[in-house]
Design a protein around this ligand. Structure first.
Ligand code: BEZ
Length: 215
């Protein structure tokens, strides 16, 4: 069995672990964490390329949330935004006595198309200088919710028009930008900021209620 597969199968059984959040986990932490550390991972590109039918959209009108694309795969695609070299986010430490509870919380919260992987995380804080092995949820290209490259204007409009059980899709986008800018002086993400600028521009032009009658 490949080492990473063994790691995944054993996860949840015993030891403490670190969880990396690059989307809603940055501003909406998991339960029972005892440490939160800002930092980044490398080798991935964050994109709003995952359809959300259960959180920020519905099966009839899916919203858009972030996933990570392996950088080598991203290099084969035609995208509209340049990548950032680092994916900034926050890592949460879960102690061993809480692993089972957090695991079942995450399985419920993140179930719609996401798979788990392990990746090295570089903390930005001087108190943690070496990389930490982190678990991360990724919507892989094989999952049915993975959409691939999206034209930014159409993507911004879709985000403005979508909402689901967790709330408005625009709120997810705006929260993500604010949370990223709060992590460090270097943690902005052009893909996210450009979508925010496009949404604000549409709202200015068409009024704040854009799309809100389309439930
Ligand atoms: C995250 O915040 O890292 C995340 C949240 C939901 C699904 C996948 C990732």
């Amino acid at each position: 069995m490949a080492d990473h597969q063994k790691e995944i199968e054993e996860f949840g059984n015993n030891d403490d672990f670190w969880l990396f959040g690059y989307g809603s986990l940055i501003w909406k932490p998991p339960p029972h964490f005892d440490q939160r550390v800002p930092g980044y991972i490398e080798g991935y590109v964050r994109r709003f390329w995952q359809a959300s039918e259960d959180h920020r959209g519905t099966p009839e009108a899916p919203g858009r949330v972030v996933t990570l694309i392996d950088r080598a795969h991203w290099d084969t695609l035609t995208d509209h935004h340049e990548p950032t070299e680092r994916v900034w986010g926050a890592a949460y430490h879960i102690r061993s006595s809480k692993v089972a509870q957090v695991r079942s919380y995450l399985d419920i919260r993140e179930i719609n198309g996401y798979s788990i992987q392990f990746t090295p995380f570089q903390p930005s804080s001087p108190s943690h200088s070496s990389p930490i092995k982190c678990l991360v949820y990724i919507g892989l290209p094989e999952n049915p919710q993975f959409l691939g490259p999206q034209e930014p204007g159409a993507l911004a409009r879709r985000i403005l028009e979508s909402r689901g059980p967790s709330g408005e899709n625009r709120e997810y986008l705006f929260n993500l930008e604010e949370a990223l800018l709060g992590l460090s002086a270097e943690s902005g993400d052009w893909h996210v900021s450009d979508l925010v600028a496009r949404c604000r521009e549409i709202e200015e032009r068409e009024g704040k209620g854009v799309g809100r009658s389309l439930v």
